[in-house]
Write a protein that binds this ligand. Structure first.
Ligand SMILES: [Zn+2]
Length: 210
């Protein structure tokens, strides 16, 4: 489903719950495009990028992939490119995390962009693989929505070898300054609404050549 359709559909609500006493989120695992029922705060630019990351994550899920979306902005806070996880699109591609797909776009299509001025926004805290790729890409500013307690690497920089730790010293990886609504939604897309056992089984099947 296209982003335009996602935006169009979000107002069709099926059922709601109140989260944290403040947030209203639709509850229907089969209707991910209806989960978004809050507009970004116009005064908060991170809210705009947070919403787009969530829409991309939902799109990834609807295509059978992990629910993670990412985007790049330039120094003027303008959108450069977007990407979504596509690990299970057309077979199994272990490298196609949203950040990796995004950085491929940058390096293939926008080679003249000054990486030092770019910001990478992503719906989920980067994993070890993506963190390493970000360090090599030259991007120095990363903002994520949901913490990933199982696979996130932002809190484990002390484990890097010296050369990588030196690269990491130039990079900030921090939570977005977005409304908690988006952080909660991004976390729920991964932790609650996606069938994690089924995803794991798909990976095991790919490893076994099935
Ligand atoms: Zn990753």
């Amino acid at each position: 489903m296209s982003i335009a359709m996602v935006i169009t559909c979000y107002c069709y609500l099926i059922g709601t719950i109140v989260m944290n006493g403040l947030l209203t989120v639709t509850v229907n695992p089969m209707k991910f495009d209806q989960l978004i029922n809050q507009a970004p705060c116009p005064e908060n630019r991170d809210d705009t990028w947070a919403r787009l990351c969530c829409e991309l994550a939902i799109s990834a899920h609807e295509q059978g992939n992990y629910a993670v979306g990412a985007l790049l902005t330039n120094a003027d806070d303008e959108l450069l490119c977007t990407a979504a996880n596509s690990v299970f699109s057309c077979g199994y591609h272990s490298d196609r995390h949203a950040e990796m797909v995004l950085l491929n776009q940058l390096e293939d299509n926008l080679p003249m962009q000054n990486r030092l001025e770019l910001t990478l926004y992503v719906s989920l805290e980067p994993c070890l693989m993506c963190y390493g790729r970000i360090l090599l890409s030259g991007i120095q500013r990363v903002r994520y929505l949901a913490k990933d307690p199982d696979g996130g690497f932002a809190d484990h920089l002390h484990l890097l070898p010296p050369a990588w730790r030196n690269l990491a010293s130039r990079v900030t990886v921090e939570p977005m300054e977005a409304n908690d609504y988006w952080k909660t939604l991004a976390a729920r897309l991964i932790s609650e609404l996606q069938d994690r056992d089924e995803m794991r089984q798909q990976v095991k099947n790919a490893w076994a050549g099935k």
